[in-house]
Design a protein around this ligand. Structure first.
Ligand code: FAD
Length: 284
């Protein structure tokens, strides 16, 4: 497979830097081709502004989505953004790697998403009508490819459990896994999460590195999170609400969008499904 790692940490000699090297070495050892976008090292510009749309007339009001659409269609996005789009189209699998900062991704990585997932590429894809709300959530430009997160957190795993004070890690990562990766079509694998990382010693690092190597060895075969497809019949058009009665007993909030009916069974789309219990085990 061709694998793109988008790495967001300001220090090469960090824990994240070491884990990235572990991942790259294992992927290469498995015969995969690997490219890394090292956002800090490359001086990635994180904010969207007029400079992103050089063909926009100087006196025109900047409407970001419209400017993004126009620039993507005309091929006038900036060279750095076009370069990342080319890498995403090249890669069979995308890995976003970052330390959890304020329960989310560092700003530089969010800015990578804001700029690279352009209108017509990451969103605004497919037919938008009273019968169809575009190609998204399981369909879109990046459908058929895989994506996963590598995340380090300072907090304890218990604090991120179902009743933990930080909120469940699957909920905290839902906007990234579902909103950013599943939206443009990726099959999203369960995240790799390392906890209590600020207190890492050699033993903790060794165990985490081995767990990560195993995830890299199974990158092509790990079952994706069983998110529901938007256009698979589970949602009412045009309100896009989940049809009554489809949820598993007690499911609320983000968990509504997991297709528990396919836990361990036949998938409703190409690529197989994974149970939420399995997901929890994988993030342990
Ligand atoms: P580093 O600081 O580089 O290293 C961590 C430890 O690992 C150190 O003890 C280091 O000696 C050791 N180490 C590094 N490399 C190796 C190696 N090769 N072998 C052995 N040991 C090694 N945490 C949360 O849980 N939730 C939050 O919302 C959150 N918000 C944050 C916001 C900010 C702005 C910051 C700065 C931190 C936040 N944290 C939070 C903590 C953060 O997630 C961790 O500090 C981070 O994940 C650790 O990763 P790192 O690569 O920066 O580690």
């Amino acid at each position: 497979m061709k694998v793109l790692i988008v790495y967001a940490h300001p220090e090469q000699r960090s824990l994240n830097g070491s884990l990235r090297d572990v991942a790259v070495r294992e992927l290469v050892a498995q015969g995969h081709e690997v490219r890394v976008s090292d956002l800090y090292a490359e001086g990635w510009k994180s904010e969207v502004d007029r400079g992103d749309f050089p063909s926009l007339p100087v006196d025109a009001r900047l409407a970001v989505a419209a400017a993004s659409k126009q620039a993507f269609e005309a091929g006038t996005l900036t060279a750095d953004v076009k370069g990342e789009i080319e890498k995403l189209l090249w890669a069979d699998a995308l890995i976003l790697q970052f330390p959890l900062w304020w329960f989310s991704m560092p700003a530089i990585l969010k800015g990578w998403v804001d700029r690279v997932f352009a209108y017509g590429f990451g969103y605004g894809v497919g037919e938008h009508s009273d019968k169809r709300w575009g190609d998204r959530y399981g369909e879109g430009t990046l459908a058929g490819k895989r994506a996963m997160l590598i995340v380090t957190a300072g907090g304890w795993q218990d604090h991120y459990s179902a009743r933990g004070v930080n909120g469940p890690i699957d909920d905290l990562l839902f906007p990234i896994n579902h909103g950013i990766l599943y939206y443009p079509g990726y099959d999203v694998l369960p995240p790799f999460v390392a906890y209590q990382t600020d207190r890492f010693d050699e033993a903790a690092f060794g165990a985490t590195a081995e767990r990560l190597r195993e995830r890299m060895r199974t990158l092509a075969t790990t079952l994706p999170i069983p998110y529901r497809r938007q256009n698979g019949g589970d949602y009412i058009i045009p309100s896009m609400q989940l049809r009554a009665g489809l949820e598993s007993p007690g499911a609320r909030g983000f968990a509504l969008h997991l297709d528990s009916a396919h836990e361990g069974g036949a998938p409703s789309k190409p690529g197989a499904m994974r149970s939420t219990a399995d997901l929890r085990e994988e993030t342990a």
